[in-house]
Design a protein around this ligand. Structure first.
Ligand SMILES: C[S@@+](CC[C@H](N)C(=O)[O-])C[C@H]1O[C@@H](n2cnc3c(N)ncnc32)[C@H](O)[C@@H]1O
Length: 282
C-alpha cells in the first residue's frame, strides 16, 4: 500500500517541497524533511474547509489567494508555551528591576508571545517587582500567528494551564469563571492593560515598534530559523535594546558564536557586547 492510498488527500514529495519553500520565504521557518507527515496533518484541516482534494490544488489556491497566507502560517507555526516556562528568566527579570529600574520605567518586548502565557508571566513578575498593580511598564507582545494573538489578548486560560502559578498569584491575578466558563480563569484587567499585542513577523523588513526596550524576550522561536537568519535577527533586535538591557533567549538557543554582538551574563541571558554604541536604525 502506498502512503497516498491511505491518505485522505494526495500529497507528493513535490507538494512538501512547495510548502517548505513557502513557509521559509514568508516566515523564515526552516522545516526539516522529517516534518513531512506533520505538515500533512496541520494543513489537512484547511483542505477540508476549502473542499479541495489534493495538496497540489491547495498550494495553487494559496498562491492565487493572498488571504489564505495567514491561515497557512497559523497552521504551520508551533505554539507550545506555558506560564513561567524556564522560570529562571523571571527571577532574572525581577532582579533586574530591583537592581537597575527601581522607581524607573521599564519596556519589555516579548517577540514570540504565542497564546500569551509568556507576556502575562512577564506582567505578573513586573507587578510583583514594582509592588504595584500600576507599575511604570509597557509590555509589547507580538507573534506572527493571528490566532494565538487573539487567544492571548482575551487572557482566558483553563485552570490546568495555571498550575505553574502560586496560589497567591492565581488569587491575585486571575478571576475564576462561573457557569459556562467554569474550569477557566481570566487575567485581571490591571494585568491585561500592561500588555499591547501586535502582529509582527520577525522576518519583515519593518517592525512597527519604536524606542528602546530594557528587556527583549525572544525565546523558542529562533530555533525555527536557520543560522544566517538567526544572526541577522539578533543583530536587528539588539539595536532596540537599552545599553544595559537584557536579551533573553530560549533554552536551546545559543549565541556563543556572536560575541561581537552579545555577551552571555547568565543562563541564556545576554547583554550588548558593546554598551551604548548601538542605535535604532528604523
Ligand atoms: C514555540 S512558540 C514559543 C512561545 C514562547 N516564546 C515560549 O517560549 O514559550 C514559537 C512562537 O513563534 C512564533 N513565530 C514563528 N515564526 C515567527 C515569525 N517569523 N515572526 C514572529 N513569530 C513567529 C509562532 O507563531 C509561535 O507562537
Amino acid at each position: 500500500m502506498t502512503e497516498n492510498s491511505v491518505r485522505e488527500f494526495e500529497y507528493a514529495d513535490a507538494d512538501f517541497a512547495r510548502v517548505k519553500a513557502a513557509i521559509y520565504r514568508k516566515a523564515g521557518i526552516n522545516l526539516a524533511d522529517s516534518k513531512k507527515q506533520l505538515v500533512y496533518s496541520r494543513l489537512a484541516r484547511r483542505l477540508r474547509v476549502l473542499n479541495l482534494d489534493s495538496f497540489g490544488a491547495y498550494l495553487d489556491y494559496l498562491e492565487a489567494t493572498p488571504a489564505e497566507l495567514q491561515e497557512f502560517i497559523n497552521a504551520l507555526t508551533t505554539n507550545l508555551t506555558a506560564f513561567f516556562r524556564e522560570s529562571h528568566h523571571f527571577d532574572v527579570l525581577a532582579e533586574f528591576i530591583k537592581k537597575h529600574r527601581h522607581n524607573k520605567p521599564c519596556r519589555v518586548w516579548c517577540t514570540a508571545s504565542s497564546t500569551g502565557e509568556e507576556p502575562y508571566s512577564i506582567a505578573m513578575t513586573l507587578v510583583e517587582a514594582y509592588g504595584s498593580y500600576k507599575p511604570p511598564v509597557e509590555i509589547i507582545a507580538s507573534d506572527i500567528d493571528s490566532q494565538v494573538l487573539n487567544t492571548a489578548a482575551a487572557g482566558v486560560y483553563s485552570l490546568e494551564r495555571l498550575s505553574a502559578l502560586s496560589l497567591e498569584q492565581k488569587k491575585q491575578f486571575f478571576l475564576r469563571g462561573k457557569g459556562e466558563n467554569s474550569g477557566k480563569a481570566k487575567a485581571i484587567e490591571e494585568l491585561r492593560k500592561l500588555i499591547d499585542f501586535h502582529q509582527i513577523n520577525l522576518l519583515d523588513k519593518h517592525w512597527p515598534i519604536t524606542g528602546k526596550f530594557d528587556v527583549i524576550f525572544c525565546r523558542n522561536v529562533m530555533i525555527y530559523f536557520d543560522k544566517p537568519t538567526q544572526l541577522k535577527l539578533l543583530e536587528r533586535m539588539i539595536q532596540f535594546l537599552t545599553p544595559d538591557g537584557l536579551y533573553i533567549a530560549g533554552h536551546s538557543e545559543s549565541f556563543s558564536h556572536a560575541t561581537h554582538l552579545v555577551n552571555l551574563i547568565g543562563k541564556t541571558t545576554y547583554q550588548l557586547a558593546v554598551h551604548g554604541k548601538k542605535d535604532c536604525s528604523q
